[in-house]
Design a protein around this ligand. Structure first.
Ligand SMILES: CC(=O)SCCNC(=O)CCNC(=O)[C@H](O)C(C)(C)COP(=O)(O)OP(=O)(O)OC[C@H]1O[C@@H](n2cnc3c(N)ncnc32)[C@H](O)[C@@H]1OP(=O)(O)O
Ligand SMILES: O=CC(=O)O
Ligand SMILES: [Mg+2]
Length: 537
């Protein structure tokens, strides 16, 4: 592998002419500076996650913090929401693929969240090309021609507003090394996107807008706030030029929403219910709690009381502080079969109705084919002048308690549920290590968050010696047998060519390892990144 050194940054990856437009001397210098300034504290924050987790593993349950009660009880507001971020009724999300960026910006939505996270496998070329694509999108010059179909893609007038989601704090960018250690992926995505776009965006009267994922604590929110402030000051920008939406998608974070808003109050505009990672985090945080083992993934919907409480508390907390409360992703995607599609749209409509009724100001879709349906739902609650539901305070609700947020979720663990989990996790891991972070599987959008639910569910069922509804005890042995069987099914479904091309054998081994080990692997993307780097880095 070639190594290039620029401004004390070692780049252990190919640096093509195109990538040199992104990793300029000043970009490299910025990465070195931000890494030296912010990596030590990031490492400390990650270590603190482990310490707190040990308490949950020993039987403690997450709760609201006594030491920050004054933040929850006093009156304060976040900074005023910029004009172009006030109406976010429908947001489309998708990886930073060139064609998809154009399609997303042209969709009938208010916002496009360009994703370096759950839907993006962080291959070197994917990341570098993603930054190029977003720079061109902000400049308005992005275009693309499909080599096979000859179809040309370019931006329509009045595209959606662009917001970039950066990688979580736990991911490292091993191709970029400072002082002998990798640069945090979150710093790479944040800094490169800022550097290459702040002038274009501020010249257009906007700001540099982000989504921040997988936060666990208000101390982590403070880390982000400091990073934003430091960068704004370095580039002589006003405080608030950077604005962020924070995903509340870990169980610890739901107990610190006021505190997270408070720490970021000059930069934050909204919180978002990242429901899929939240379910994953519920499993992970409470992994030793025998009374809170989740059932089949299919029954863990937003109608479940513990998830509905999370949505309502997020709305109430945000609106009290003047921030927007974004809903989450219905993982359904359109079908080409008309009858099937009607059913899918009805399910998506019901899901979005529930969120809008709870008071959410907007929501996510995974596919442009859902925009019309979801716009219709949100338009029942919003108009051209009433562009959000900040007036819905939910003050009439009884206090939403820790017990409600942690309430066990009833439901069966079925053989079909377990087999589906296996097939989904296997196909997703195979796609991810081949460089594709989001794929359609059995009619659903699957990304890193949804796949985590599939694989951690089985891990937890094994650990707690749960039974399937047919009476079978769930053991490592049962899982291994089913994995063998379901791998054959998948091999038939995807065909020999894709099976070989996407390294399914490696994916199968990884799934076996992370499901049968005694210690839960924190994120499947951590071991998968080793395989991605080998094949696609
Ligand atoms: C838990 C979370 O974090 S949710 C957020 C992260 N997840 C996401 O962002 C999901 C994004 N969605 C996707 O990646 C895709 O919709 C998939 C992979 C699920 C399905 O993609 P495909 O198989 O290509 O869908 P399909 O064939 O129906 O696409 C039809 C057209 O819509 C486009 N399209 C589909 N989804 C999107 C999207 N999210 N953004 C922009 N365009 C899209 C396709 O590019 C294609 O365009 P074309 O006709 O010009 O070729
Ligand atoms: O990022 C979104 C989620 O649901 O996870
Ligand atoms: Mg997520």
């Amino acid at each position: 592998m070639t190594t290039t050194s620029r401004a004390e940054l070692s780049i252990i990856a190919p640096l093509t002419n195109d990538y040199q437009q992104i990793l300029t001397e000043s970009a490299c210098a910025l990465l070195v500076e931000l890494t030296r300034e912010f990596r030590p504290r990031l490492k400390q924050l990650l270590a603190e996650r482990q310490i707190v987790q040990q308490r949950y593993d020993a039987g403690e349950l997450p709760d609201f913090l006594a030491e920050t009660a004054n933040i929850r009880q006093t009156d304060w507001q976040v900074a005023a929401i910029p004009e172009d971020l006030r109406d976010r009724r429908v947001e489309i999300t998708g990886p930073v693929d060139r064609k998809m960026i154009i399609n997303a910006l042209n969709a009938d939505v208010k916002v496009f969240m360009a994703d370096f996270e759950d839907s993006q496998a962080p291959s070197w070329q994917g990341l570098m090309q993603g930054q190029i694509n977003l720079r061109d999108a902000n400049l308005g010059t992005i275009s693309y021609t499909d080599e096979n179909s000859g179809k040309h893609y370019a931006l329509n007038p009045d595209p959606a507003l662009l917001v970039a989601r950066v990688r979580g704090m736990h991911l490292w960018e091993k191709h970029l090394v400072v002082d002998g250690e990798p640069v945090p992926g979150s710093i790479v995505d944040f800094a490169l996107y800022f550097l290459h776009n702040y002038q274009t965006r501020t010249a257009n009267g906007s700001g540099v807008y982000y989504y921040v994922p997988k936060l666990q604590t208000h101390q982590e929110a403070k880390w982000w706030d400091d990073l934003f402030r430091y960068t704004e000051q370095k580039f002589n920008q006003d405080i608030g030029c950077i604005r962020t939406t924070v995903l509340i998608e870990t169980l610890p974070a739901v107990f610190e929403m006021d505190e997270i808003l408070y720490m970021l109050k000059d930069h934050i505009v909204a919180l978002n219910c990242g429901r899929w990672d939240y379910i994953f985090s519920y499993i992970k945080t409470l992994k030793n709690h025998a009374d809170r083992v989740l059932p089949d993934r299919q029954v863990v919907t937003m109608q479940q009381p513990f998830l509905n409480a999370y949505s309502r508390l997020l709305v109430r907390t945000c609106h009290k502080r003047g921030a927007l409360a974004m809903g989450g992703m219905a993982a359904l995607i359109p079908s080409k079969d008309q009858a099937e599609n009607t059913k899918i749209l009805a399910k998506v409509r019901a899901d979005k109705e529930l969120e809008a009724k709870n008071g959410h100001d907007g929501t996510w879709i995974a596919h442009p084919g859902l925009a019309a349906t979801v716009n219709t739902v949100l338009d029942q609650y919003l108009t051209a002048t009433k562009v959000n539901q900040l007036d819905v305070t939910r003050e009439q609700d009884a206090p939403i308690t820790a017990a409600e947020l942690l309430e066990p979720c009833p439901g069966e663990r079925t053989e079909e549920g377990m087999r589906t989990n296996i097939r989904v996790a296997l196909q997703y891991i195979a796609a991810w290590i081949s460089g594709k972070g989001c794929v359609p599987i059995y009619g659903l959008m699957e990304d890193a968050a949804t796949a985590e639910i599939s694989r951690t569910s089985i891990w937890q069922w094994i650990q707690h010696k749960k039974q399937l509804s047919n009476g079978q005890l769930i053991t490592n042995q049962l899982f291994s047998t089913m994995l063998e069987q379901e791998s054959k099914v998948v091999r038939q479904e995807v065909g020999e060519a894709l099976w070989a091309e996407q390294s399914f054998t490696q994916a199968q081994q990884l799934l076996l390892d992370i499901t049968t080990c005694d210690q839960l692997v924190d994120f499947l993307t951590l071991p998968a990144y080793e395989l991605l780097s080998q094949s696609n880095g």
